[in-house]
Design a protein around this ligand. Structure first.
Ligand SMILES: *[C@@H]1O[C@H](CO)[C@@H](O)[C@H](O)[C@H]1NC(C)=O
Ligand SMILES: *[C@@H]1O[C@H](CO)[C@@H](O)[C@H](O)[C@H]1NC(C)=O
Ligand SMILES: *[C@@H]1O[C@H](CO)[C@@H](O)[C@H](O)[C@H]1NC(C)=O
Ligand SMILES: *[C@@H]1O[C@H](CO)[C@@H](O)[C@H](O)[C@H]1NC(C)=O
Ligand SMILES: *[C@@H]1O[C@H](CO)[C@@H](O)[C@H](O)[C@H]1NC(C)=O
Ligand SMILES: *[C@@H]1O[C@H](CO)[C@@H](O)[C@H](O)[C@H]1NC(C)=O
Length: 335
């Protein structure tokens, strides 16, 4: 009897003090019946806290001086679903970083100092949201995201990426959003998007794209939002958008476009369908010779779908410089 009592007391003590009641120094712990959420933010932390409850399902260590995190730091929290590590000084992640976190759904590493990632760093987790925004990634290994079959949102924005491997998105059957904005990409490999026909939002704005291959969006029947603004596009193929049957929002502003090829927008049945969505063509150097005719006619027929209509202006020829394309008269467009 006594023995059993002591056994139970030990079990109880282990349970009480290692899970529910321990909380890392200066962190906040929110206790639920079976789980804990831990927030350690804006603290002068440099090392990973050691005494995090084992039933933690959400851990935030943000805006600290944490620079180093290893797999063994995480192995004590097998129930973790969310890991928020933004605004730290992390430079490096180890191989197999997530191997002991089978339930992890969201990982946010925004605003760290990652330059390079080992190819199996995220391997085999059930991640749905992965945010690597605002790091210093120059390139990514083609197998970096393989086996992340449940990923729906991938954010690689605000890095230094110059190119992407062709098979990067292989097996991502659930990917809905990919954000590649604010990088240095000159080209999207033809075939990159063939693996993600279910994609809904594609952010490619603020890169150095100067050309687009006609086939790159061929399989994108579910794409609703396409962001191509702030690139170096001078022209696009006439059939670039032909299969984008679901597209409601397209941004081509702040490029070097001088004309729109005949027919480019003709297959976009849903463009501007919802309030506040549509087409942005502002801040391009339009050449208002005969080649502007298709755009001019399209604007006459669809002006309600267009943002900043008055900022679609001729750059050439000289007599029409700074005129609004929309308000040219048919006679002024000389063919
Ligand atoms: C806690 O766990 C028990 C048994 O595993 C379960 O019945 C209960 O619903 C859980 N409570 C919460 C809030 O998840
Ligand atoms: C951490 O807690 C100690 C008291 O234990 C306190 O003096 C200190 O100001 C706290 N630091 C921060 C950054 O909150
Ligand atoms: C991080 O370290 C720097 C320099 O040592 C210090 O000025 C800053 O206050 C620290 N930040 C936090 C959140 O403790
Ligand atoms: C993805 O999610 C499904 C349930 O939605 C789950 O059965 C499956 O194991 C998950 N895949 C991975 C790689 O964890
Ligand atoms: C990706 O990583 C593997 C293993 O480290 C290596 O063999 C391969 O060359 C890498 N691929 C690229 C494109 O760097
Ligand atoms: C688009 O999504 C629907 C379901 O919403 C699906 O049935 C269809 O196959 C998808 N199309 C493509 C090209 O993936």
């Amino acid at each position: 009897m006594k023995k059993i009592f002591w056994k139970m007391a030990v079990v109880f003590a282990a349970w009480c003090c290692s899970t529910s009641f321990a909380c890392p120094h200066n962190c906040t712990c929110h206790l639920n019946a079976n789980s804990t959420a831990v927030v350690c933010s804006s603290l002068p932390i440099e090392e990973f806290p050691t005494d995090i409850p084992t039933n933690t399902i959400s851990l935030s260590i943000e805006f600290t001086n944490l620079s180093n995190i290893m797999s063994h730091h995480l192995e004590r929290m097998p129930e973790l679903k969310e890991l928020h590590l933004s605004g730290n000084k992390i430079r490096f992640l180890p191989s197999g970083f997530l191997k002991d976190l089978p339930l992890l759904q969201s990982l946010d590493l925004t605003g760290n100092q990652l330059r390079d990632l080992p190819q199996d760093v995220f391997c085999c987790s059930a991640l749905e949201n992965l945010v690597l925004k605002g790091n210093q990634l120059l390139k990514v290994n083609s197998s970096l995201f393989h086996n992340l079959n449940n990923l729906t949102w991938l954010d690689l924005s605000d890095n230094h990426l110059e190119s992407l491997p062709l098979t990067l998105l292989k097996d991502m059957h659930n990917l809905k959003i990919i954000d590649l904005s604010n990088n240095k990409m000159e080209k999207i490999p033809n075939g990159l998007l063939q693996f993600v026909p279910q994609l809904e939002r594609l952010h490619l704005n603020n890169n150095k794209l100067s050309t687009m291959e006609a086939q790159i969006f061929n399989k994108m029947g579910n794409l609703t939002h396409l962001f191509l603004q702030e690139n170096l596009l001078k022209k696009v193929p006439y059939d670039l958008l032909q299969n984008l049957k679901s597209l409601v929002s397209l941004d081509l502003s702040d490029n070097g476009l001088t004309s729109i090829p005949q027919g480019l927008f003709d297959k976009l049945e849903r463009l501007g369908e919802s309030e506040g969505l549509g087409l942005d063509l502002s801040n391009n150097p339009w050449n208002c010779d005969c080649s502007i005719k298709y755009l001019w006619q399209w604007l006459q027929n669809h002006k309600e779908k267009v943002f900043y209509l008055e900022m679609i202006r001729c750059a050439t020829p000289e007599p029409l410089k700074r005129r609004k394309v929309f308000s040219l008269s048919e006679k002024e467009i000389i063919c």
